[in-house]
Design a protein. Sequence first.
Length: 90
Amino acid sequence: MNRRLTHHVITLLLTLMFALLLAYLGPAIDAEDEENATAIEALAQQRRAQRQEQLAQAVCGPNAAYEWRDTTLQCFTHRGHKTLTTKANP
């Protein structure tokens, strides 16, 4: 065998091995991407909840009770009377 043919065979074998390795590890890589996306979404939801809490405390007061209904914030007094209803987009 001449040297050029040997190089082509080695290149072909390496390419084939790399393709098989990628086919074997590919699903594992995709699974990690899905786990990361789930974790990122959970973190974003936690940040939205924190912003909502901060907004409610800023509007209603730090010790006042409040209730969220979609994008509507309902503030209550210490005795449970409604004091303020406002729309918000946290």
